[in-house]
Design a protein around this ligand. Structure first.
Ligand code: OAD
Length: 214
C-alpha cells in the first residue's frame, strides 16, 4: 500500500497545506478547509477552491506520480491511498487509487446532496449552496474509501510519501499497518512525527526518491 499527501504534488507546483508556500491571500488552508469557514463565507471558500482547481489544471504530474503508476504495474496486490484532492495520480496513469479526502473536481449541493462537475453557478437548481466535494476538518471520511484503505493497510509494505502524518484518521493507517506486521518506508523532505517509528525514512524530494526506489 502507498499513502500519499500533499508533498508528492509539491514539485508539480501545488502548494502543500502546512509549511512555507501554503498561504493564499493571507489565509491558511486550515482556516478555509472547514465547514465553519464555508458557513461564514461561502463565496471566499468557493473562490479558494476555484483557484486551486486552476492550479491543478495547469500542473503536470511529476516523476514521483509517474513512478507510483509504474509501481502499480509491478505489484500484483496494490492500493494507492491518497489524501490529495487533485487528480495527478490518475493523470500519471495510476488506476488503483482511493481518495480519502474526496476531489476538488466535484461539487455537492449542501441541501439536496446532488453531485456534479463544478459549474460557475454558486447554487444548485434546488437553491442550496454548492460546496466542493472534499472532506473538511471535523467531517467524516467517505465510508467506502476508508474501508478500502483500512483493508489495504493489512499489507506487507507501506510506502508513506509526502505527508506530515498529522491529520487523522488518515495518519492512523500507519500504525494500523505496523500492527499487521508491515514494513513502513517513509519518503519526505523533512523529518515528520512518524520518522522515528518507521523502518526506513528516506529524506528528499519524492520526484527524485521514488524513481530511484523503483
Ligand atoms: P501537509 O501540508 O501537512 O504535509 C506535506 C508534507 O509533504 C510535509 O511533511 C512536507 O515535509 C512534505 N513535502 C513537501 N514537499 C515535498 C517533496 N517535494 N517531496 C516529499 N515530501 C515533501 O499535507 P498532508 O500531510 O497531505 O486534508 O495533509 C493532510 C491533510 O491535511 C490534507 O489532505 C488536507 C489537510 O487539511 C483535508 O483537507 C481534509
Amino acid at each position: 500500500m502507498v499513502l500519499t499527501g500533499a508533498g508528492i504534488s509539491a514539485e508539480s507546483g501545488i502548494p502543500t497545506f502546512r509549511g512555507a508556500g501554503g498561504l493564499w491571500r493571507n489565509f491558511r488552508p486550515e482556516e478555509l478547509a472547514t465547514p465553519e469557514a464555508f458557513a461564514r463565507d461561502p463565496k471566499l471558500v468557493r473562490e479558494w477552491y476555484q483557484w486551486r482547481r486552476g492550479v491543478v489544471r495547469e500542473a503536470q504530474p511529476n516523476a514521483g506520480h509517474v513512478a507510483l503508476a509504474e509501481l502499480e504495474r509491478r505489484v500484483p496486490e496494490y492500493l494507492l491511498v491518497t489524501q490529495n484532492v487533485d487528480n495527478l495520480h490518475e493523470r500519471a496513469g495510476s488506476s488503483k487509487v482511493t481518495h480519502l479526502h474526496g476531489s476538488i473536481f466535484i461539487d455537492r449541493c449542501i441541501e439536496c446532496g446532488r453531485e456534479m462537475s463544478p459549474v460557475p453557478e454558486e447554487h444548485c437548481a434546488c437553491g442550496g449552496w454548492l460546496r466542493p466535494g472534499v472532506v473538511w476538518f471535523g467531517e467524516p471520511l467517505p465510508e467506502a474509501a476508508w474501508q478500502e484503505a483500512a483493508a489495504a493497510a493489512q499489507c506487507e509494505v507501506l510506502l508513506v510519501v509526502g505527508t506530515s502524518a498529522l491529520v487523522y484518521p488518515a495518519a492512523a493507517l500507519i500504525p494500523q499497518a505496523q500492527a499487521c506486521g508491515a514494513k513502513v518506508i517513509e519518503v519526505n523532505l523533512e523529518e515528520t512525527r512518524v520518522s522515528d517509528a518507521v523502518d526506513v525514512s528516506l529524506r528528499g524530494p519524492s520526484a527524485r526518491i521514488l524513481p530511484e526506489l523503483l
